[in-house]
Design a protein around this ligand. Structure first.
Ligand SMILES: NC(=O)c1ccc[n+]([C@@H]2O[C@H](COP(=O)([O-])OP(=O)(O)OC[C@H]3O[C@@H](n4cnc5c(N)ncnc54)[C@H](OP(=O)(O)O)[C@@H]3O)[C@@H](O)[C@H]2O)c1
Length: 259
């Protein structure tokens, strides 16, 4: 067997369908591109049409199959509508990536009900609802991959973690609960844990060169993360190769969390 054939048995996503929330920007866009280039038909879900269209066009220009759904995942009705629209493109997903997220960062003493509810709705409730919608059918078909994108703030406080850190900690617990439920049926559930990644989410921090340099110095690799750093780990966790990896948190952070 030649090496290409072997690699393709392990990692190819040919014939798979993936749904990537937050797939129009930053880390989600990097993951959407990686899964599509590895062979999956990818549906990206987010709110802003322009970014969604640009992402789909970029993927199609690479020869990939891609579609978009514009939806607000911050409401339960929005999540339900997005899920039904998403399956219209390529059918039920084999791979679900929950990457859409917000980090509002008010000081703890000023954290009001609205920030708490908005954070939980997008960062935690949407992944739960999408998992409940697609997980059982994946289990019924005997194959599925669910990947949640959490944060180092699931593990420690960092720059006003507030509701955000709580939502990400709970998301890692959700991954373990889903893994317990569905792993016996071929559905693995894991989380990717970014450190500090240069994306629009942290525009305020990432536009301060001193802070950027200080954060880079806290990694072992010596630089901050980029969206493309998630490509390999995402393809691994979405592929046949990760069949015996479940309920795990995979840090993609240049060593930030262990330095
Ligand atoms: N950047 C970092 O340093 C870092 C570190 C740790 C963890 N993370 C996590 O990584 C994930 C991606 O972050 P990122 O840095 O790549 O952020 P980003 O570039 O701001 O992307 C966020 C994505 O989520 C979508 N989104 C936001 N609100 C939404 C809503 N209500 N409904 C549907 N989609 C929504 C956005 O599109 P629309 O605005 O068009 O809806 C966008 O596609 C997040 O879960 C974040 O918590 C990031």
């Amino acid at each position: 067997m030649d090496s290409q054939h072997y690699l393709s048995e392990l990692f190819s996503l040919d014939g798979r369908v993936a749904l990537v929330t937050g797939g129009s920007s930053g880390i989600g866009r990097g993951i959407a591109q990686a899964l599509a280039r590895a062979g999956a038909s990818v549906v990206v879900v987010a709110r802003k049409e322009a970014e969604l269209t640009a992402t789909v066009e970029e993927l199609q220009a690479l020869g990939c199959r891609a579609a978009r759904v514009s939806a607000d995942l911050g409401t339960r009705d929005g999540v339900r509508a997005a899920a039904e629209q998403a399956v219209e493109a390529f059918g039920e997903p084999d791979i679900l990536v929950n990457c859409a997220g917000i980090n509002l960062r008010p000081p703890m003493s000023e954290l009001d009900d609205e920030v708490w509810d908005t954070t939980m709705a997008l960062n935690l409730d949407a992944p739960f609802l999408l998992g409940r919608r697609f997980g059982p059918a994946m289990a019924g078909r005997g194959f599925g991959r669910i990947i949640h994108v959490t944060s180092q703030q699931a593990h420690r406080a960092f720059v006003q973690s507030g509701a955000y850190g709580v939502s990400k900690g709970a998301l890692e617990s959700l991954a373990r609960s889903q893994a317990e439920a569905w792993s016996p049926y071929g559905v693995t559930v894991n989380t990717l844990v970014p450190g500090f990644v240069m994306t629009p989410l942290n525009r305020r921090l990432s536009s301060d060169p001193e802070k950027v340099a200080a954060l880079a110095a806290r990694t072992m690799v010596g630089r901050n993360g980029l969206a493309e750093d998630f490509a390999g780990a995402a393809v691994f966790l979405a592929s046949a190769a990760s069949a015996y990896v479940t309920g795990q948190s995979v840090f993609v952070d240049g060593g930030f969390s262990v330095h």
